[in-house]
Design a binder for this molecule. Structure first.
Ligand SMILES: [Zn+2]
Length: 325
């Protein structure tokens, strides 16, 4: 596996180098023939940071999201064209070495005198996911995941604020002419994140139930940790599994009945198989818990934001935690 991946990346690098040569893409970033100030060219891997850059930089930067809307972030592989975009930008943002496992080799090859690389998990305390009994029985699979430390840092608005500050600091340094605007917009966006944080805390504190049941892949570790929510989840965060074992189905179904859980969650962009099964066996409703890895094409085109998705999560939580019926 590793050797094949290395070969693939080498082939991609060769293609990227060839494209540079053919199309002469390596022009200096500060020279624009029109005389207009050149906008900073920013490339990001996943939706959360794409949205954060939009919120604090708007059209002051030229922004590219590598992950196609609707695509599964876990099976993403950079295309030769993506490699050119990364090598040609001024600022490359990624979540962290544990999230974008493909990024490490690319980052090694980037000309750091031209491209600033920002690991957005800087300053964020990573923590390990608690594995359920089922997962411990399947040791061989856990090894493949390579992240017992959870990489989905953005699911906590507190972490999101640190990511925003990391982005603002990089933008201010690379584009000093707009530094004040970036600083102010980052500040006002962090205020919005603070308000969201307070709202979630209020809902969880007032809730009769302090636990969620996720019949799907689970990526909300930092979210649950931040607000003291317990969780029971069917699958590990980044697995491709969607079909529950009979034992897991029984365990979750019994848990829902015994604890009078009013609703179970499925993840975004999911086939909802397991949640539908649990609902049919228990009569509870199914709700979406959006982890913000990526959004659909339609959502992307209407400009949905991280705050929109988290507010949607908050409304779903009110139902699942028994705050509203
Ligand atoms: Zn994930």
């Amino acid at each position: 596996m590793k050797t094949n991946q290395a070969k693939r990346i080498f082939a991609l690098l060769l293609t990227a180098a060839l494209l540079f040569t053919l199309f002469g893409c390596g022009r200096a970033p500060q020279e624009e023939p029109s005389g207009a100030p050149k906008r900073l060219n920013v490339v990001c891997t996943l939706f959360p940071q794409y949205d954060f850059v939009q919120q604090i930089a708007g059209n002051k930067v030229e922004l590219t999201l590598l992950l196609t809307p609707g695509a599964d972030s876990h099976t993403y592989d950079p295309s030769p064209n993506d490699m050119v975009k990364i090598n040609n930008c001024d600022l490359f943002l990624y979540t962290g070495d544990l999230m974008e496992l493909w990024a490490a080799d690319i980052i090694k090859s980037i000309d750091k005198t031209k491209v600033t690389v920002l690991d957005l998990s800087e300053g964020i305390t990573l923590s390990a996911v608690e594995h359920g009994e089922e997962e411990e029985e399947e040791e061989h699979e856990a090894e493949e995941h390579e992240h017992s430390v959870d990489p989905h840092i953005w699911t906590s608005p507190k972490n999101a604020a640190i990511m925003v500050q990391n982005i603002a600091a990089a933008l201010e340094k690379l584009d000093p002419a707009n530094a004040n605007a970036y600083e102010l917009d980052a500040k006002s966006y962090c205020d919005k994140l603070d308000r969201l944080d307070a709202q979630i805390r209020e809902v969880v504190d007032s809730a009769p139930i302090k636990e969620i049941v996720v019949c799907d892949r689970f990526a909300m570790h930092y979210f649950c940790k931040e607000y003291g929510l317990k969780y029971i989840a069917a699958f590990d965060s980044c697995t491709s599994e969607t079909e529950p074992s009979p034992a897991m189905l029984t365990r979750i179904t019994e848990h829902v009945k015994k604890n009078h859980i009013p609703a179970v969650f499925y993840a975004e962009l999911s086939n909802r198989n397991m949640a539908t099964k649990v609902a049919s066996l228990t009569g509870v409703q199914t709700l979406e818990l959006h982890s913000c890895h990526n959004v659909t094409d339609a959502q992307f085109n209407t400009g949905v934001t991280y705050l929109d998705l988290m507010e949607q999560n908050l409304n779903m939580l009110k139902l699942a935690l028994g705050v509203v019926k």
